[in-house]
Design a protein around this ligand. Sequence first.
Ligand code: PGA
Length: 228
Amino acid sequence: MVANWKSHKSRDEAVHYMDDLQDAISTYVATDALKYRAVICPPASLLMYVSNRLLDRVAFADVTLGVQDLSPYPSGAYTGALSTRNLDGFGVRYAILGHSERRRYFAETSAMVAQKVEQALEGGITPIVCVDADEIAEQATALDDEHKQRIIVAYEPHEYIGTGVTQGVDEILQEVARIKDVFGDVQVLYGASVNPETMRELTGHDEIAGFLVGSASLDAKMFAQMLV
Ligand code: PGA
């Protein structure tokens, strides 16, 4: 269960969130494991605060850290970019790459995403590559065959993002099958308007390995509800 905070939250809000999340999940971890492993992807400036909490607390045994983007280049003279070297020591395990908002507002192409995938894998970070229906073939072609086997794919129909309504299960499963056809045997997440309510319809299908959650992940209690 991947929490994508996008560019929400201040430092104080991030710290309070982690307190609230710990409270909300500690009741469960005392008795049982969480149903989903969680990955929190805060904005880069807040990584340190989230990381400190995650590394510290027993309650967060099933919670790890991710980033929302990465540099397509290695560490070096690339002003403003975030390289895997910059992330050393923070415990970052995942990187969301090629999100539709990156493609739309930052002109990111599938070729650039492929470069970022390479950087992530070289740095020991698992890429979560986002694709909409019309990017499935193009993104798969842009990736190295060997890299394709080492990623997670998030199917994200952009017209459903932030609407409160998910795509129909049958359509989702169709696209997931198409993704597995071209990417191979990858884990596929679904993302777009997943919340505790909408999620009910979408669980119980083995083909959907988990979810990428935007708006509903911003509230710690709501996010915790989706983990148990
Ligand atoms: P949403 O965002 O959950 O707010 O629809 C999902 C996403 O953009 O990944």
